[in-house]
Design a protein around this ligand. Structure first.
Ligand code: GTP
Ligand code: SPV
Ligand code: MN
Length: 586
């Protein structure tokens, strides 16, 4: 045990005053003890153990169901360092306004000390964090999402003082006294007033993205909001594809995709479904590890039809949060297979019938489940060097304008595509749903510093790599005139991955160049086989000149916010895109 950890735990307990301090080892026995305790104080409810062995339901406080971006801050010395993409709080103000919320916050409670490792045990890229928390639910979730306990302490022997402290207290769960703070200079995290995933499981977004993005900038690597999947072609050739989609825009589903062409030898395996850390290898490629060991996935919409691998993964040893439950103790959410039950207990614990017209499961209800239970887990998911990434997909929810897929012309153009991507907001964060906002590289809520500097870092990383990934944009969410999604999505996204594979391997026949980028032909994505009309296929793959002229103008306005800090290369990319579009006859 590094003495610096003990000293910090001591310091924290002198402020929070817990009744008891428990050092967690991550063992089965400890987990069983915690589960038993949570069952007796109703933090967890037992599900039908025949159907859902060792699985439980947690109902959160109804005001604590999603990330709260307006209460999330970067506490850098200057506002400029945090950038217009972040809420900023000066460190002195954090001391004055937020530290007092931790005073006596753990009186009458137990303080758990959770050592955890982000990344595979033996990987040189893995990193240690210590979270102290007064929530047993957080401990049980951290045990699934991270490598917790002895493995982290062993690593600490080796890494010495190189660990990130994260202080978490449920406080009184009031949004009025809720803050999620990140100190990029001292690499610390304070979170108070929420027990929800991204706010409270500090290894995830707080460390593995916000703090790690700062470390990556300083040390020459990248912390990204990217899924990683392994794609295998019929001849056995393997390629790794990463994808950055904003929250609740399809990372978990794409990473766990079950290929409809498995019998032809096209298969997909999962390496990661949310976060990846990337280093440039000696071969000039991007090598990526998944720092997590579990999946914190969106429940609604998950079914045997859309994502059989996820359904099989959550069969046991899973914590469900804010889903509905049947009279016989089975979980239920909107979009699950089969008929809607005639009565349920909803996520709030109230009796529910379909006539109520309210969602039975919260739209951001989730499962926490071990990666090792995924039947499609890649055998390389814990490779210590990571896996080499050949393609990066940027994607969001766009009802219009953005085609199903296009390929960027080169690295700098690809960085521009990522920097200007936009998506309609979802229930993963509190606030209005369906509002279009720019979400660069799907990192808007997760970057620990100024976005303009981050784009510079992306451009630099591409120059440092002799063989950087090809960059694509995807959009599964275009809607037709009937308001429905045109593209079937889910497993059928394999058709898009197949075209990505061909592009990366230099088989460029089934494509067409547009001012925006290279798009596939309708036959390359099997539009006819899928029963799409030629009108629908056109809509999926068309570049509407007028809509794009407006898009480029809006992209420019977004970039303007970053003023002098904006890399000139991105402004040049915008001008070139505009030029290419203006050459198209109106
Ligand atoms: P976070 O965990 O919040 O980061 O979300 P995510 O990016 O992992 O998204 P996820 O895969 O959980 O999908 C979110 C929602 O989008 C779910 O309700 C899915 O059913 C739906 N979804 C995912 N992929 C597709 C797709 O290809 N087409 C359509 N129409 N919906 C999809
Ligand atoms: C997201 O919102 O992007 C999630 C869920 O993956 S959370 O971990 O809560 O941030
Ligand atoms: Mn996800």
């Amino acid at each position: 045990m590094a003495s610096s950890v003990e000293a910090w735990v001591d310091e924290v307990s002198q402020t929070t005053h817990p009744d008891k301090v428990v050092w967690c080892d991550g063992s089965d026995a400890e987990n069983e003890r915690l589960i038993g305790q949570m069952l007796s104080d109703d933090t967890l409810l037992e599900l039908n153990q025949d159907v859902h062995p060792n699985s439980y339901l947690h109902r959160s406080n109804p005001h604590d169901v999603a990330r709260t971006e307006h209460l999330t801050f970067i506490c850098s010395t200057t506002r400029e360092e945090a950038g217009p993409n972040n809420n900023w709080m000066p460190p002195a103000e954090a001391q004055e306004r937020v530290w007092p919320l931790f005073k006596d916050a753990m009186r009458g409670r137990t303080m758990y000390v959770v050592p955890y490792l982000m990344g595979p045990a033996e990987s040189p890229y893995s990193k240690v964090g210590i979270e102290v928390t007064d929530s047993a639910y957080v401990v049980a979730n951290m045990r699934i999402m991270t490598r917790m306990g002895q493995v982290a302490l062993d690593r600490l022997e080796h890494d010495g003082d190189d660990w990130v402290p994260g202080l978490h207290s449920l406080g009184d769960l009031s949004p009025d006294r809720r803050f999620i703070l990140h100190f990029p200079d001292t690499r610390q995290i304070w979170s108070v007033g929420s027990g929800y995933g991204g706010n409270a499981l500090l290894g995830k977004k707080c460390y593995a993205l916000r703090i790690a993005s700062v470390m990556g900038r300083d040390q020459g690597w990248m912390a990204e909001h990217l899924l990683i999947l392994e794609l295998q072609a019929p001849d056995g050739d393997v390629m790794y594809v990463a994808g950055a989609f904003p929250s609740a825009c399809g990372k978990t589903n794409l990473a766990m995709l079950r290929s409809p062409f498995e019998d032809q030898g096209w298969r997909v395996r999962t390496v990661g479904e949310d976060i990846c850390w990337i280093n440039v290898g000696p071969d000039g490629r991007f090598w990526a590890i998944n720092p997590e060991s579990g999946y914190f996935g969106v429940a609604p919409g998950t079914s045997y039809h859309t994502n059989p691998n996820a359904m099989e993964t959550v069969q046991s040893n899973t914590i469900f949060t804010n889903v509905a439950v049947t009279d016989d103790g089975r979980v239920w959410w909107e979009g699950m297979d089969g008929p809607v039950p005639s009565q349920l207990t909803d996520w709030l614990g109230n009796p529910w019938t379909p006539e109520d017209g309210t969602p039975a499961a919260h739209p951001n209800s989730r499962f926490t489940t071990p990666a090792t239970q995924n039947p499609a887990l890649s055998s390389h998911w814990e490779d210590t060097k990571g896996v080499p990434i050949s393609a990066i997909l940027f994607g969001g929810r766009r009802s219009t304008t953005v085609p199903l897929i296009y390929r960027s012309f080169d690295w700098a153009h690809g960085v521009y595509v990522g920097a200007t991507m936009a998506s309609e907001t979802t229930a993963a964060a509190t606030g209005a749903v369906g509002v279009l906002r720019r979400d660069p590289m799907a990192m808007l809520p997760f970057l620990g510093y100024n976005m303009a500097d981050y784009w510079r870092h992306w451009l630099d990383m591409g120059s440092r790599a002799s063989n950087p990934p090809a960059i694509f944009q995807v959009n599964w969410f275009q809607r037709g005139e009937d308001g429905k999604f045109i593209w079937p999505g889910f497993g059928q996204n394999m058709r898009v991955l197949r075209w990505v594979y061909e592009q990366v391997r230099g088989k460029n026949g089934n494509s067409r160049e547009t001012p925006v980028g290279i798009v596939p032909t309708a036959s390359a994505i099997g539009a006819e086989e899928l029963g799409l009309s030629s009108q629908q296929a056109d809509a999926l793959l068309a570049i509407d000149r007028d809509a794009w002229l407006k898009e480029v103008e809006d992209q420019g306005a977004y970039l303007d916010q970053y003023g002098e800090r904006l890399p000139a290369e991105l402004r040049a990319q915008q001008r070139r895109l505009l030029d290419r579009l203006q050459k198209v006859p109106a």
